[in-house]
Design a protein around this ligand. Structure first.
Ligand code: 4AD
Ligand code: MG
Length: 481
């Protein structure tokens, strides 16, 4: 008799049989009904114990959180709420759980409390559903790229360059911080450091991905990235996972098509493969919505929202058009925005992005052709517009409830233009010599984007805090676990 998972036993085509199963007790009711979960599904299997056949001392050890091994007969259920149940023949407690101190009691816990107990929070329905969805989405990412001819590339985590030029990096060093080797001018002598130069944790694998795109054609990286921005918001992490495809001979329009097709494909995958978890999370959200005033309630359920994204075209809007919309919008005119949009060139804040997707267009929006001076150095410069303004072929994809999900661009492939841009921004040519080489040897149009994986998981699960969609969130003042 081989061990089965709860998911297998609850699947429709299972035959009634003798079974053996291991899992954790969710509840033990009336000294008779054990709700057992093993993480394979949101659902528990009911194990029915005839207490007369078991030692009282053993039954006392069947507490919430305990690990047990059950053998018995899978039969059609006598009661309501489940199709099958196990009539227990033997029962072994593998690991006791003290009911007095076990943090995950069978009741509603706040997400704050569960964050403090992140090592146990996947013992709850909500977090096990979220993390199964995260895993599934991650698989769907690799599946999509694999089926579309992309090579998976592992870009370095430790890097000597700052891809985004934002300077929000974590230093990597093995120097003795209490006794730093100094240069004559008092600055730290990194020549004595492990790598013989200053190094950081990467903020993006893009620059390295570009090198491989210019030989392997279509590549993507999917790995951890690090940002030391001190933004304590529900959408920022100091360590997050980013998906970055990069494609040779593809322009900005192709980049938009790829991003849209990719996102629809992975969302479709979870709609088809994670139905039960999505239904559970949808119900959780509906219950939460009921506690809100009518005006703040969402008019679509979780699954409806995902289907809406899958079934409808993303709206493509230039930065210039977006500024016009925002300038003429009610919250701008009534000075409801914290940052009033006065003129072309303003950087968009999340309040503006949210207005565009949630109030104005009511769908995902791809904003493109941003002013050159608010975007990174590597973006392809456009011809000046009719009013002589300089824009770059950048695109941001904005999602309802999330804001910026994707940032990408067509890359500057012209050596002279790129060099000039770097000079203006004081970026050291020598440090990026290899990046410039790509523009010397067989340069060509190429594009790519970065998608913040946790923001995608937030959208697919309806979770509203990014700390709740990654196993162990790293945020300012917090690196527990
Ligand atoms: O817009 P970003 O900064 O773009 C890049 O890093 C480019 N090099 C990507 C590329 O073209 N290959 O970041 C991309 C995405 C954002 O749109 C957002 O979804 C996510 O990464 N992101 C974060 N997610 C969580 N926490 C943070 N602190 C994030 N910063 C960016
Ligand atoms: Mg961005």
């Amino acid at each position: 008799m081989t061990s089965k998972t709860v998911a297998q036993l609850l699947s429709q085509d299972v035959t009634l049989q003798d079974v053996t199963i291991k899992g954790w007790v969710r509840t033990f009711r009336a000294n008779r009904f054990i709700a057992l979960n093993d993480g394979s599904t949101i659902n528990n299997i009911q194990c029915v114990v005839d207490f007369e056949n078991f030692d009282e001392a053993l039954l006392k050890r069947i507490t919430t959180g305990a690990a047990i091994h059950v053998t018995g007969e899978l039969v059609e259920s006598q009661g309501k709420g489940q199709s099958v149940e196990i009539v227990v023949k033997t029962l072994e407690v593998l690991g006791d759980s003290d009911p007095e101190t076990y943090p995950i009691q069978p009741k509603k816990h706040s997400f704050e409390f569960l964050r403090e107990n992140a090592h146990l929070r996947t013992r709850t329905n909500t977090f096990s559903a979220v993390m199964r969805l995260r895993s599934s989405l991650s698989f769907a990412v690799h599946k999509y790229f694999n089926e579309n001819g992309f090579n998976y590339m592992h870009t370095p985590i430790i890097t000597g360059s700052d891809a985004e030029g934002a300077g929000e990096m974590f230093k990597v060093t093995n120097l003795d911080v209490k006794n730093l080797p100094l240069n004559e001018d008092g600055s730290v002598n990194y020549k004595e450091d492990f790598f013989g130069k200053e190094t950081n944790l990467t903020v993006s694998g893009q620059l390295e991905a570009e090198t491989y795109a210019m030989s392997l054609g279509k590549v993507y990286t999917f790995g951890p990235t690090f940002r030391a921005e001190n933004s304590n918001t529900s959408r920022h992490l100091a360590e997050f996972w980013m998906i970055e495809p990069e494609v040779a001979f593809m322009d900005l329009a192709g980049n938009m098509d790829l991003a849209e097709d990719f996102m629809k494909s992975v969302l479709c995958y979870v709609l088809e493969n994670n139905k039960e978890d999505l239904e559970f999370l949808e119900k959780r959200l509906l219950d939460e919505e009921k506690t809100k005033p009518q005006a703040e309630r969402s008019d679509m359920s979780l699954i409806e929202k995902i289907k809406f994204v899958v079934d409808n075209n993303f709206k493509r809007v230039s930065y210039t058009e977006a500024i016009d919309i925002l300038r003429n919008s009610k919250p701008n005119k009534k000075k409801k925005f914290n940052y009033i949009i006065k003129e072309w060139g303003a950087d968009l804040q999340s309040e503006h992005e949210r207005f565009l997707v949630e109030k104005h267009f009511k769908c995902p929006v791809i904003l493109f052709d941003y002013p050159a001076n608010i975007k990174a150095f590597y973006m392809r410069l456009n011809e000046p517009d009719s009013e002589g303004r300089e824009t770059v072929r950048a695109m941001d994809i904005l999602f309802p409830g999330i804001g910026e999900m994707v940032g990408g661009s067509q890359r500057e492939e012209r050596l002279d233009v790129l060099k000039e841009k770097m000079k203006a921004l004081d970026i050291d040519e020598e440090e990026l010599w290899w990046y410039l080489d790509l523009r010397k040897y067989g340069t060509a149009v190429h594009s790519g984007f970065g998608l913040g994986f946790e923001r995608l998981v937030m959208f697919a699960t309806g979770m509203s805090n990014i700390r709740d969609v990654i196993p162990y969130p790293r945020t300012p003042q917090n690196a527990e676990f």
